[in-house]
Design a protein around this ligand. Structure first.
Ligand SMILES: C[S@@+](CC[C@H](N)C(=O)[O-])C[C@H]1O[C@@H](n2cnc3c(N)ncnc32)[C@H](O)[C@@H]1O
Length: 294
């Protein structure tokens, strides 16, 4: 099938039919049966990412299905901000080798935590070259989620995207924990995690219960990954109010949010953290809240 015909077929379900048509042709080449199946699934509303079963996110090729949220473009900004915070943190440490402990809470597919694991050591070392010539950074990542399904997908994504040989590797194997927000840490012995993390990052659900969503989001993506109570700020507030005991001194909290929530949540963070700021996405909207443990 040609690009034009495919684009026409997709225009009834997609805002970006030509881009999607190109993805389909790239994925299936001239396998016309697969192309017809994909069009039919797409016309029923299923997102392309779930039809393919995998999608690129930064340097990862992620398994994606209806057990997990499809990582959004904004979340790449969240990862950028998190990497910058990690680099800030390591700059303060004066030893040649730094162990950086990171928690991605509400990890879903693992998009954020696994990207930090993939890119973190090199990013931090490159950014610190002007301060240290031989800085080595070893990462320890903990990924948690309330959903067993999500943790299963995150674990597979780890296995598929990383070389499993740990000798001389820049990271230890990640830890996967199940539980609601910081209760996941308490279940395995709270004291182990007090003051532990140099960075806690999250893209929690932040859509209010009454907000309308596009049909394909509502029907296919997991509700637990999208909705957060009446205002949409419930999970974000909970994380802001409860993260501090788990952060190391001067550790960073990085949270993705919706632009209209940014000012209210920044005010909440001011009460407990220092250096509170909000970073903008590519469209110039406030998208990531950043703050540091006092
Ligand atoms: C918006 S999705 C983000 C997923 C992934 N971090 C990303 O950016 O693509 C939110 C995630 O938080 C998880 N979640 C929802 N409620 C939670 C809770 N109470 N405790 C821990 N995780 C929760 C969901 O299962 C989902 O994986």
């Amino acid at each position: 099938m040609q690009l034009t015909e495919l684009t026409n077929q997709l225009s009834e379900v997609s805002h970006t039919p030509e881009a999607e048509a190109r993805f389909i042709l790239e994925e299936y080449g001239d396998d016309s049966d697969s192309i017809y199946d994909a069009i039919s699934e797409r016309k029923s509303g299923k997102p392309l990412q779930y039809i393919f079963g995998s999608w690129k996110f930064r340097n990862l090729n992620l398994l994606l299905d209806e057990r997990v949220l499809i990582p959004r473009l904004e979340t790449e900004i969240t990862v950028d901000v998190a990497l910058r915070c990690l680099s800030e943190f390591v700059k303060e440490g004066l030893t040649a080798l730094s162990v950086c402990r990171v928690l991605d809470v509400g990890c879903g597919s693992g998009a954020i935590g696994l990207s930090i694991l993939k890119e973190g050591s090199e990013y931090v070392e490159n950014h610190l070259k002007e301060h240290f010539t031989n800085k080595e950074v070893r990462l320890e990542i903990t990924l948690s989620d309330i959903s067993n399904d999500a943790l299963e997908v995150a674990r597979i994504n780890y296995e598929q995207n990383f070389n499993m040989v740990f000798e001389n590797a820049t990271h230890n194997p990640p830890q996967f924990l199940k539980g609601s927000w910081f209760e996941a840490l308490q279940r395995v012995g709270e004291s182990n995690y007090q003051n532990k993390f140099h960075l806690i990052v999250s893209n929690p659900p932040y859509i209010s219960s009454g907000e309308d969503l596009p049909r394909e989001v509502e029907s296919y993506e997991p509700r637990v990954a999208l909705r957060s109570g009446k205002t949409g700020c419930e999970d974000l507030s909970h994380i802001i109010l409860n993260a501090s005991p788990y952060l190391a001194d001067d550790g960073w909290l990085v949270l993705e949010l919706a632009p209209h929530q940014a000012d209210e949540l920044a005010m909440l963070a001011e009460a407990t953290y220092k250096n509170v700021s909000t970073e903008r996405d590519l469209a110039g909207r406030k998208r990531v809240l950043v703050c540091q443990k006092i």
